[in-house]
Ligand binder design. Sequence first.
Ligand SMILES: [Zn+2]
Length: 388
Amino acid sequence: MNLRLPISLFQVLLLVTLASCSSWQRTEQYGGWSLYVKSGETVSNQAFFDAVQPAFEAVERELGPFKKTIRVHAWNGGVAMDDGTKGRITSGDEGTVTEVSGIGPARVRAFHARGDGGFFSLSGVFVGTADEGTAVHELVHAHLAEDGERLPLWFEEGFAMVMGDGAMFENRWVVDGLACWPWRELRDLEMDEAKFENLLSLSSGKVHSVRDNVLVHFVGWAIVFDLYREVGRLDWREMLNRHNAAADPLREARIRYERTLRIETIESWLTRLQDPDPGTRLATVRGTWKLHSHAVQGTLLSMLRDETHPEVRASFAVNALATAGQVRLGRRRTGWMWRAVFPVLKQTVLASQEETSALRTLYRAYRYGNPEYNTQAALEQLDRFWED
Ligand SMILES: [Zn+2]
């Protein structure tokens, strides 16, 4: 069977300074935030509202209410990076993919700018795509900036990454926190003490490379994820206090970093796939294909047998399928996978008609190998279940 899953959208979200001045028009005012659109651009206000509003609510739920109206700047495109601290807004995909050595392509879609008080300085959230997780990440930066907090860059990015990892369930952003792409990349990376220490010393005011900026996100995520597992709540103050209270914070951060990268950490986190709350199960399974793990796929396929919630079933199936695009499966495993996945693609009825029909498209494409079916478009329609 022909199985090609062209999935490689990697997102990195930055805290950067805007290098060019564009003009922005305020197009909508919502409760607590307003939407600005880049002059000359047409965006769907509705799509951005649908993505930003649940993100705004999630950040307020965890960090408390915003004090001022937040400016959210929207356009369709991304950011071309000059270095790890500066970027330019671009339209479409032009210049947004940066090849990061040893990691692969990273696409920068959004950022937060504090504004330095300079003549052209703008502050607020900038999102080149209408995506909830992206908006959560940037709104975490906005919230911390509003509080006047100057946190270590690794900690701030790490916390924003934990908050921005999750899934939409019943119109609500459910945080998971296990960011599968960084986990896999960091496992393959050589990280000596000097490099680790250097990454933890970086700040947004100190020029550094795009690669280092990506690594600050990843390493910060790994440390904060461990703190989150220990604290059990998304309480960044408590997490940072624990880090600072260690006799040797750097050494302790290293221990946390290594603990996150153990396979046992993944195994224990994935027990959340049995959580009684379907939203938690969905947020946990979403993105697990990025682990590129045969074992994790086996877990998903076994758990699919007992899973009854339609959205969670769809998510199990799509992540198991996407894993198959990344790892070599033997004949027996492939057979098992299709026996588990086909009924989901063929029969599951979701609340959204578009999502249901995307499942059917995948079913016909893979069941009958018909190249006329657009699997890429169907997968994009189902991004709520697999992308993170
Ligand atoms: Zn960030």
